[in-house]
Design a protein around this ligand. Structure first.
Ligand code: HEM
Length: 479
């Protein structure tokens, strides 16, 4: 299916992972509306000497050392001079902002917006300019040029994410394996995996979506909304020490449970690469059951009892699976993070949404990598961008219906995602079937705390040029 997409009009990070190891997210307030609009104009002028250019989605003829992208909040659009009528044509959840949606998102307790980092509090979060680079010096040089933009912006925070070797994130899992592929964007002859292609309207406004005859409404005027995308940006602090301790507790319990001999036949762990003790291997079994992949990225659906299957699964094969042949979750638990977030071909209560709530995920770890030999407590987590055409229809629906409530399958309804969910030790439970039995764990806390975030609109390149032509703005009239 062709969608006649103008790649030069779309911001690049929506359709392509740049694969950069160094990211700096500049969280900004518009300090001077005219100067800020001038920056938008210069950053889309094609003249790299005027300003670092916002990267579009055109194919690259050669690798770019740095890339720049922009997301703007509702208050930011107002600060650039977008009139109230236009602001009110944006979806209500975007207008309200991420903090106001906290109960729906499970941002309560330690994740409550009142406990967020200062830079995310109040009405002054206007935009986030993200710099992606192959090396740390280029990142700093590009970010410094942006900040030097003649009084345009006030810097609230510069958030650095540094990638770990092998694409691993905190908790030790390999990430960024599964991403949607879109009709008209990804070449069917060079498809990354055998997952169904998705209509580009799941990501960009103004295009057909995976649900027949449904298009998300384009905010007005069309030049501002068309080809835009929403980005739920989250600062997710990960409690790695607690997570690892929980795996040990689960292995302590599992090793005494006869079902452990079914889930991991005795002696199997000695054949793993590297071989492990029984206890260490059972920790890995629990980690894999919680996510849906072993920590090295091998999916349970393809390899339920070993992270090192023979023959080995190639990188290209790591995403070639579904759940229809595993209806009860004997291999990959129905309540695991991945199966909740993307049920693929599994039967769900909301059957027509199986492939309609797809998200593009761009994430990078922040903070020091955890070293089990020297378990140091430090702030560490994920700077995560979850992109989609509808925040409420996709991001919030996943986070609320599937992650927090488990509404997709009555067998997990009322339980939370074991990795991500807003779990309370009083009520938390995670279970997975093993043959005719069921392994159950209870009493664990939430391992991921939200420390800030914002609902951003990633305008098209024409929309950014349109914003640059506006007048007024500067002060923000909130609703
Ligand atoms: C610190 C928080 C998080 C961690 C550590 C985490 C970790 C992971 C990992 C390791 C994978 C598997 C890698 C892959 O297949 O690409 C994954 C997949 C995924 N995650 Fe997360 N995640 C986090 C937060 C979230 C959030 C907030 C959402 C959305 C609400 C989300 C949605 C997804 C989706 C949609 C997938 C792909 C599932 C699939 O296609 O089968 N994740 N996550």
């Amino acid at each position: 299916m062709s969608n006649n997409l103008n790649f030069a009009d779309v911001q690049g990070n929506i359709l392509r992972g740049y694969g950069k190891q160094y990211v700096r997210h500049l969280v900004l307030t518009v300090a001077n509306a005219s100067a800020a609009r001038r920056w938008l104009s210069e950053a889309t002028s094609g003249d790299e000497s005027a300003a670092p250019q916002i990267t579009n989605a055109e194919p690259w003829t050669e690798r770019r050392r740095t890339c720049v992208n922009v997301g703007i909040t509702r208050d930011g659009l107002a600060a650039f001079g977008v009139p109230a009528a236009s602001l009110n044509s944006f979806p209500h959840e975007f207008v309200a902002g991420m903090a106001a949606r906290n109960t729906l998102l499970g941002d309560t307790g330690p994740s409550d917006p009142s406990k967020w980092k200062e830079e995310w509090k109040g009405d002054g979060v206007h935009l986030m300019i993200s710099v992606y680079a192959d090396d740390a010096q280029d990142r700093t040089a590009t970010a410094d040029r942006i900040l030097a933009a003649r009084g345009a912006f006030h810097l609230r925070a510069a958030l650095d994410g540094d990638g770990f070797p092998g694409g691993v994130v905190h908790f030790g899992y390999r990430d960024s394996i599964s991403q949607p592929q879109f009709y008209g964007v990804h070449d069917p002859d060079r498809r990354r995996d055998d997952q169904p292609f998705v209509e580009i309207g799941a990501m960009l406004l103004g295009h057909a979506t995976p649900i027949e005859n449904l298009r998300w409404e384009v905010p007005k005027p069309n030049v501002l909304g068309y080809n835009g995308c929403f980005n739920a940006f989250r600062v997710l602090e990960q409690q790695v020490v607690e997570f690892e301790a929980f795996l040990s507790e689960c292995a302590d319990a599992l090793i005494k449970n006869p079902l452990s001999e079914v889930v991991l036949p005795p002696g199997e762990e000695a054949k793993w690469d590297p071989p492990m003790s029984r206890h260490a291997a059972l920790r890995e079994v629990v980690a894999a059951k919680m996510l849906g992949r072993w920590r090295n990225g091998v999916p349970l659906a393809l390899s339920p009892i070993t992270p090192s299957p023979q023959p080995a699964i190639t990188d290209a094969g790591l995403n070639n699976y579904g759940y229809s042949s595993d209806p009860d979750g004997q291999r990959c638990p129905i309540g695991s993070h991945m199966r909740r977030s993307n049920p693929r071909d599994a039967k769900t209560v909301q059957r027509n949404t199986n492939h309609a709530r797809r998200l593009v995920r761009r994430g990078i770890p922040y903070g020091p990598q955890y070293d089990p030999a020297h378990p140091v407590k430090a702030e560490r987590g994920l700077l995560g961008s979850f992109m989609c055409a509808s925040l409420t229809g996709q991001f919030e629906a996943i986070q609320y219906d599937w992650t927090n409530l488990g509404l997709q399958d009555p067998r997990i309804t009322g339980s939370n995602d074991p990795i991500l969910g807003n779990n309370d030790p009083l009520f938390s439970r995670f279970s997975f079937p093993v043959g005719d039995g069921m392994v159950k764990f209870r009493g664990f806390p939430h391992f991921v705390h939200t420390k800030g975030g914002a609902y951003l609109f990633q305008p098209s390149m024409s929309a950014i040029r349109h914003l640059a032509t506006l007048s007024g703005g500067g002060t923000v009239n909130r609703r």
